[in-house]
Design a protein around this ligand. Structure first.
Ligand SMILES: [Zn+2]
Ligand SMILES: [Zn+2]
Length: 337
C-alpha cells in the first residue's frame, strides 16, 4: 500500500506492506478516508522525535474493511478514532490522568494515519473508536480527536459559570478551544499576532478577540473587557513569550492551562508570580476515551463548527501541507487518501 514515510524530516511516498489482521488476531483493518495533520506531527518531525521510516498521522476517519471483534462494529462502518488507549487500572488512570498511563503511551494505530490501511486493536475498538454519524462529513469527523484534546483542557481548568476565558493563539486548536469553552456556556476572548485569525475567531463565536501588538497596549485594551484579568487562560500558541503574556493577562488566583510545547523550554516560569498571585498553572495533554465520546457528541449535535478550517491535500502533497501550516498559509491540513 501507499504510505507517506518519514525520511530526513520529509515525507516520501513509498510502497509498504499492508497490516494483516491474521497477524494480530482480534481487531480491525480500516481503510483510511482522510487524516488531519496535527501540530504535534510537525513538532515530532522538527524535534527529531519521529524517526526515519515512521508513518505519522493520527486524526483518522476511515471505513472498516476487515474485522474480528466482540464489539458491534461491522465491515462498512465509517469510524473516527483516538490512537491511545488507557488501561483504566493503574495509578495514573485511578487519578484521572489517563494520558499519563504507560499503556496509553504504548498503544497506537498501526502504522499511522498517512497511509491507505491501518490496524486498530480490539481495545481501541472498545474504547476509542466511534461510529461517524451520517450527518457529519469526513472532514468534520476528523476533528474528533483534536476537539477531544480541547474538551479535556476545558474540563481540567474546571471552568466556572460566567467566567471570562482567554485563548492565546488562534490557530485551529485555539478556535476549537474557544468553541469548547463556549459549549460550557462561558465567555471567550482570543488573541493572536495575525489579524485575519483574530477576525476568524469572532466568526466562530468568540465574544471578542485582540490583535497582539505590543504587550502593554493589548493588556490595557483587555482591561476594558476583563478589569480583574481573565479567570482562565489557555495557551495554544507554542511560543515561550506567550507564557509571560498569559501570566500578565490572568487575574490573581486564575488558572493558566498549558496546551502546547515550546521550543525554548524553561523560560518564563515565574515562581514569585505564581506564589504571590496564587496562580494555578496546569497542563492538559491528549484526550481520554470519555473526552473522545463528548467530542463526537458535540460534533454530531453541531455545537462545534469546523467548516472552513481545513484545506485538503493528497498524500503526495503532505510536505506542502507541512510547509503551508508552518507559514500560516492555511489553518489546518486534511490529507485525503
Ligand atoms: Zn492530534
Ligand atoms: Zn492506566
Amino acid at each position: 500500500m501507499k504510505a507517506a514515510v518519514l525520511q530526513d524530516k520529509k515525507f516520501l511516498i513509498q510502497n509498504i506492506a499492508s497490516p494483516k489482521l491474521e497477524e494480530y488476531g482480534e481487531g480491525a483493518i480500516i481503510k483510511v478516508i482522510g487524516c488531519g495533520l496535527c501540530g504535534s506531527d510537525i513538532v515530532k518531525i522538527r524535534t527529531g522525535k519521529a524517526k526515519n521510516g515512521d508513518v505519522l498521522g493520527h486524526e483518522v476517519v476511515g471505513e472498516i474493511v476487515e474485522i474480528n471483534s466482540k464489539t458491534d462494529f461491522e465491515i462498512g462502518d465509517k469510524v473516527a478514532m483516538g490512537h491511545h488507549v488507557p488501561c483504566f487500572n493503574c495509578t495514573y488512570c485511578w487519578n484521572g490522568n489517563f494520558s499519563m498511563c504507560r499503556h496509553f503511551k504504548e498503544t497506537n494505530i498501526i502504522p499511522g494515519g498517512f497511509t491507505q490501511f491501518i490496524y486498530v486493536s480490539e481495545e481501541h475498538l472498545k474504547n476509542t473508536v466511534f461510529h461517524v454519524n451520517l450527518s457529519l462529513s469526513d472532514m468534520e469527523a476528523s476533528f474528533m480527536e483534536p476537539l477531544a484534546c480541547c474538551i479535556r483542557a476545558v474540563k481540567r481548568a474546571k471552568v466556572k459559570d460566567n467566567s471570562k476565558n482567554l485563548i492565546i493563539g488562534l490557530g485551529t486548536v485555539g478556535i476549537l478551544m474557544g468553541e469548547a469553552v463556549k459549549v460550557f456556556g462561558n465567555s471567550v476572548y482570543g488573541c493572536d499576532l495575525i489579524y485575519d485569525r483574530v477576525c476568524l475567531s469572532e466568526k466562530y463565536g468568540f465574544d471578542k478577540s485582540f490583535v497582539l501588538k505590543d504587550v502593554q497596549s493589548t493588556l490595557t485594551e483587555m482591561k476594558k473587557t476583563a478589569p480583574y484579568g481573565f479567570d482562565n487562560v489557555f495557551l495554544t500558541a507554542g511560543a515561550s513569550s506567550s507564557l509571560d503574556f498569559a501570566v500578565k493577562a490572568a487575574r490573581d488566583g486564575a488558572t493558566i492551562v498549558v496546551f502546547s510545547s515550546v521550543k525554548d523550554d524553561m523560560k518564563g516560569f515565574c515562581n514569585n508570580e505564581i506564589y504571590y498571585r496564587e496562580l494555578n498553572i496546569i497542563g492538559s495533554y491528549s484526550p481520554s476515551p470519555m473526552d473522545l465520546e463528548d467530542s463526537m457528541a458535540l460534533l454530531e449535535e453541531g455545537k462545534v463548527k469546523t467548516e472552513g478550517l481545513l484545506t485538503q491535500y493528497p498524500l503526495e502533497g503532505l510536505n506542502d501541507a507541512v510547509n503551508d501550516t508552518l507559514s500560516n498559509k492555511i489553518m489546518k491540513a486534511y490529507i485525503k487518501l
